[in-house]
Design a protein around this ligand. Structure first.
Ligand code: OAD
Length: 248
């Protein structure tokens, strides 16, 4: 009998349009802690307690300390084998899209060009009050910031990280492009606990549109039972093995 990995490789061999939906597990082997796994809690706060506009208004310094910690940590990390394989798929398939919930930028560093940043980027900042003079967002790689919280260089008010917080809408352009990418031959979900919506619902939409759906995760998730294939394994190992089979 075929193994799940060779089953996935077979589906990909016949595919022209491939979409990958990724979460924190993709970057775990790079040393970026996942949100709901070991090392994910920062000073005992859950992400839902810090990643909100209300938390920021209450205590911008505390929220920025968390992001400043993650920015420092990520700046010392390198893309891992899983990011590299996805970059190779970006070149291999006629149409490839990576819808990522990750804000770390490791996919771009690995060479993937068609990245849809569903939850924004930790390397972008914007003016919290959306002052008229500031652009919508600007890139700032400073890590650590010499002073927290960082300020909007245009109005002197608070700057905020360019990430999507709980209760905020996904960028409409990104949402639209992600929905379009769900019309594909294979939709693969990698390294997400699939508990944060609307990201978690995307693969089910791809299934409704006729895609073959598969998951790579060492743990079963909320959606494992609803997909065509659930591969129990780490992204860096399974993607490496699939790529090896595709290259034979
Ligand atoms: P989670 O921390 O919720 O889930 C990480 C998933 O990765 C878990 O299901 C793990 O089993 C799996 N995992 C761990 N190591 C892995 C590996 N080496 N290979 C593959 N999978 C592995 O992270 P997300 O699902 O990404 O939102 O979290 C979703 C959102 O919640 C994040 O984007 C963030 C957070 O709050 C915002 O910042 C808005």
């Amino acid at each position: 009998m075929d193994s799940p990995v060779s089953d996935l490789a077979g589906q990909l061999r016949a595919a022209r349009r491939v979409t990958v939906i990724a979460g924190a597990g993709l970057s775990a082997a790079s040393g970026v802690p996942t949100f709901r796994g070991p090392g994910g809690l920062w000073r005992d706060f859950r992400p839902e307690e810090l990643a909100t506009a209300e938390a920021f208004e209450r205590n911008p310094r505390l929220v920025w300390e968390w992001y400043d910690w993650r920015r420092q940590l990520i700046s010392a990390c390198r893309p891992n084998r899983a990011h590299e394989v996805l970059a190779a798929w970006n070149r291999r398939f006629a149409r490839f899209a990576l819808v990522t919930q990750n804000v770390d930028g490791l996919d771009e560093r690995a060479g993937t060009t068609n990245v849809l940043r569903f939850h924004g980027s930790i390397w972008e900042l914007s003016c919290f009050k959306r002052c008229e003079k500031a652009p919508e967002s600007w890139r700032d790689d400073t890590a650590p910031f010499p002073e927290l919280p960082p300020r909007c260089p245009h109005c002197g008010g608070l700057a905020r990280p360019g990430v999507v917080w709980f209760g905020e809408a996904i960028d409409p352009g990104i949402l639209q492009a992600s929905r379009e990418a769900l019309a594909c031959d294979v939709c693969l979900v990698v390294g997400t606990s699939a508990v944060v919506y609307p990201a978690a619902g995307l693969v089910l939409e791809a299934a409704r549109l006729g895609a073959f759906t598969a998951e790579i995760n060492p743990e079963p998730t909320e959606i494992s039972g609803e997909l065509d294939l659930a591969i129990a394994g780490k992204a860096e190992d399974v993607l490496d093995e699939v790529e090896r089979l595709l290259s034979l």
